[in-house]
Design a protein around this ligand. Structure first.
Ligand code: PLP
Length: 413
């Protein structure tokens, strides 16, 4: 994003050395990893933090009868504080560990939705959402007699704010919107979306899965009611995510799942529940994952994130310039505000075939509908080829992509 410009300091080549997986050959070619929107690679510091935990501290948390349990708990809760600072949450108790973005949204839909929605209520979601920000709302809406309505997306892949404004009324109870579209790369004006939702008394949930890995997110500045993301797209381990929520909302919401850890006391006469964040964390959590995510946050905080964002923006514009100069390539998603995703079609070729031929040349991309079927349908396509960048990618990676596309074309077109 432009206000973060600091082009001098960022050294992608040096940063690459922190990611051991990048240093390998695939199908006889040096790996070019351009599937970062699906999952990011992990720096050595994250891998080592997990190894250290299992080698030295492995124990269950919050049951501190011995030294290992104390150390594990300290690291686990320390990571919560790191993540709270990372997104500028007012308090660590507003950071709830989940299994990922998907579970964070399901938690809000089930807990808040079940206790607040009624027949006739409306939930608005942008038409470019990932399925995980559509289907949980459909499930709860069906149960409650509410409706889920798509906010239109313009031809360039940006949200239609005028149409959104026209849809808002006092029956809208919640607006769910991605910060960045995984299928198109569009950066949505989520601050406006939140403000407009609040103006009619609706809550706003922002899906930050594709944003947190690219720039510093400030949940207080956004004023969103809920913000969700996944560790594995933030250079941390899989199977873990974060739900941030405003304290008064989280406090008022009923538990999502029952079990150990989330209770204060249990009896057959009646059970009382634990405080935040534990009320929403039933069962033994992914302790090693949380510690790994803490290490990922440390890693990101220690690097020049503003420089990384500028580097990524430069990579995207270089890739898009090359695509525009290449006959037969059509970019899908041309919004002015984009980050790190180039979705495209090669004329006359099925995206899956393109992906296979790129893989044979060591270039890893994603193909298909990217779990965003409604927006693909709007564009009249079944899917795209998606190259998605991170700060450890280089111009040489983009050059390799286009060389591989040239070769693929000889087979396909
Ligand atoms: N939302 C967006 C925008 C995504 O890109 C993804 C994953 O691709 C998700 C949600 C789901 O994330 P997870 O599978 O980690 O729960």
């Amino acid at each position: 994003m432009s206000e973060q410009i600091n082009p001098v300091t960022f050294d992608a080549e040096r940063v690459r050395a922190d990611f051991p997986i990048l240093n390998q050959e695939v199908n006889g070619h040096p790996l070019v990893y351009l599937d970062n929107a699906a999952t990011t690679q992990k720096p050595r510091a994250v891998i080592q933090a997990i190894v250290d935990y299992y080698e030295h501290d492995n124990s269950n948390v919050h049951r501190g009868a011995h030294a290992l349990a104390d150390r594990a708990t300290e690291k686990f809760e320390g990571a919560r504080v790191k993540v709270a600072n990372f997104i500028n949450a007012p308090q660590a108790r507003q950071v709830i560990w989940t299994r990922g973005t998907t579970e964070g949204i399901n938690l809000v839909a089930s807990s808040w939705g079940r206790s607040n929605l009624k027949a006739g209520d409306r939930i608005l979601v942008s038409a470019m959402e990932h399925h995980s920000n559509i289907v949980p709302w459909q499930l709860i809406a069906e149960e409650k007699g509410a409706s889920v309505e798509p906010v239109p997306v313009l031809e360039d892949g940006s949200i239609d704010l005028d149409a959104f404004a026209a849809m808002l009324d006092e029956r809208v109870r919640l607006v769910a919107c991605g910060h960045v579209s995984n299928a198109l790369g569009t950066i949505n004006p989520v601050q406006d979306v939140v403000r407009m939702a609040h103006a009619v008394g609706a809550l706003a949930l922002i899906d930050g899965a594709q944003a947190v890995g690219h720039w510093a997110v400030d949940v207080q500045a956004l004023d969103c009611d809920f913000y969700v993301f996944s560790s594995h797209k933030l250079f941390g381990p899989t199977g873990l995510g974060v739900l941030y929520g405003k304290e008064s909302l989280l406090d008022a919401m009923p538990p999502y799942q029952g079990g150990g850890e989330m209770i204060e006391s249990v009896s057959f006469a009646g059970t009382t529940f634990n405080q935040l964040p534990y009320k929403f964390e039933a069962g033994t959590p992914d302790i090693a994952g949380v510690i790994g995510l803490g290490a990922a946050v440390d890693y990101l905080q220690s690097m020049d994130r503003a420089g990384a964002a500028v580097h990524e923006a430069a990579l995207l514009s270089y890739a898009e310039e090359r695509a525009k100069a290449t006959p037969g390539i059509r970019i899908v998603g041309t919004a002015q505000q984009k980050t790190s995703v180039m979705s495209f079609l090669l004329e006359g070729a099925h995206p899956n075939d393109v992906g296979l031929l790129l893989d044979q040349q060591g270039v890893a991309v994603r193909t298909g509908n990217h779990c965003a079927q409604p927006i693909m349908e709007q564009f009249g396509i079944s899917g795209t080829v998606r190259a998605s960048f991170s700060f450890y990618n280089t111009r040489a990676d983009v050059d390799r992509l286009f060389e591989a596309l040239d070769k693929a074309r000889q087979f396909l077109v």
